[in-house]
Design a protein around this ligand. Structure first.
Ligand SMILES: *Cc1c(COP(=O)(O)O)cnc(C)c1O
Length: 408
């Protein structure tokens, strides 16, 4: 970790101690009741949405994709400041409804949806993003059996891809959505008396830090949406253009500036074809909204040297924070920003391997970190931990306690 990591400059501190929502790490651990814990900064979440509203075109709608962080308190808070929620399972659907979001502003995407999930979504009045021809048939059956006209949109696997994404989710053969080429014939047979057609969902990828790639993708997304809109005899009420905005994790990565993206979107909104003029345009974001507002705190439980390498042993690890360990889609492991909570800066530093309690060499909190000298009892904090943390980790692996989560 370089001393000048861009995230460190943005941190709140007092007397060289990290502050999160005005509290020190040890105060937060006392409030949470134990460590390890995830701390989510409520005000940071509010500010992130405010930033989106301020920079992005006013008519662009914002949805939160709750799989990034489905903690009910977080979803409940974010729900108050976004326009809708996107869910990817029945349980997430219940969290979204529990957060008080109106069903008409909830959409349900995800491959291999179960029949019970489809029925639940239809009963609740949630928009289902259809991901296969058979799923469409199942929704006709729901109409027949339940006497409800399901609200549907089509998730389209576009004929382009989002370049330089951390995770590509579209283009080429994919398990997500229906290929763009197959959509016209499906639309031509659509029975609008039985299904309440809403629009299209075109999600291309995740964790992108290149504005030019996102801009190009948005252009192609609007073009594709316009082509598809010409094929359907019902009005296109909404187009979900996906998200993909990334946050910086690793040394050398820069914060994604969104001004250029916003300017391009404004242009695309202003130059929409007639068929899309009254469509609501929605961006759905997970990581970008919540990632920087979250912190993972663990405690040093032992310190030892092995053949010249100093090890800090902690009670936290990959069972709580798989993505930080490098085992969630990374090819070459790199460190998330990690700090020593009570001493952010010090001239003297010690290069340490920070590891967890699991019996596997994969259980790394930080490798070759140059941290101020840490001792048993100190708190280590992983930054950028608000997305794909607690629920994206194998918490049962090795039977250690589950992680505590606190929104404050
Ligand atoms: C995962 C996912 C998202 C959220 O992606 P982020 O990179 O966290 O913003 C949005 N939409 C769909 C359909 C997803 O599967």
């Amino acid at each position: 970790m370089s001393k000048g990591h861009h995230r460190l400059e943005a941190l709140q501190s007092r007397n060289n101690q990290l502050l999160i929502a005005g509290h020190t790490a040890s105060e937060l651990v006392n409030i949470a009741g134990s460590s390890p814990c995830y701390i989510y900064d409520r005000q940071a979440l509010t500010q992130r949405v405010a930033q989106f509203r301020q920079q992005m075109p006013a008519e662009l709608k914002l949805h939160y994709a709750i799989k990034a962080n489905p903690m009910p308190a977080v979803v409940g808070h974010v729900a108050q400041c976004v326009d809708g929620l996107d869910v990817a399972s029945h349980r997430e659907m219940l969290v979204a409804l529990g957060a008080g979001m109106d069903a008409v502003n909830i959409s349900f995407a995800g491959p291999a949806k179960g029949e019970h999930e489809l029925r639940a979504a239809v009963a609740a009045g949630i928009t289902i993003n259809i991901e296969s021809p058979l799923e469409l048939q199942r929704l006709y059956l729901c109409h027949q059996e339940m006497g409800i006209r399901p609200r549907i949109a089509f998730r389209v696997n576009p004929d382009f891809e989002l370049k330089t994404s951390g995770m590509k989710m579209a283009g080429g053969p994919k398990q997500f959505g229906i290929d763009a080429e197959q959509i016209p014939s499906i639309l031509s047979e659509l029975d609008l008396d039985k299904l309440d057609f809403q629009g299209f969902h075109i999600f291309s990828g995740s964790q992108n830090l290149k504005a030019e790639s996102l801009i190009e993708c948005h252009q192609q997304t609007f073009e594709l949406a316009a082509r598809l809109a010409d094929q359907v005899s019902a009005p296109v009420k909404h187009i979900n253009i996906g998200g993909g905005l990334g946050i910086p994790y690793f040394p050398g990565e820069q914060t994604l500036g969104i001004d250029g993206i916003a300017e391009n979107l404004q242009y695309l909104l202003d130059h929409r074809p007639e068929s899309l003029k009254s469509s609501e345009i929605v961006m759905e974001l997970g990581r970008w909204l919540v990632g920087e507002a979250g912190y993972y705190i663990c405690q040093v439980t032992d310190k030892k040297e092995s053949r010249g390498q100093m090890y800090l042993m902690t009670n936290g690890g990959l069972h709580h924070h798989l993505s930080n360990s490098g085992n969630f889609g990374q090819v070459i492991r790199k460190n998330y920003p990690v700090v020593l909570a009570h001493c952010l800066e010090h001239e003297e530093r010690e290069v340490v391997e920070v590891v967890g309690p699991l019996c596997t060499p994969l259980d790394i909190v930080g490798a070759k970190l140059a941290l101020p000298k840490a001792e048993v009892g100190d708190f280590i904090v992983v930054l950028q931990s608000g997305a794909y943390g607690a629920t994206a980790s194998p918490q049962k692996f090795l039977g250690h306690p589950e992680v505590v989560e606190l929104l404050i």
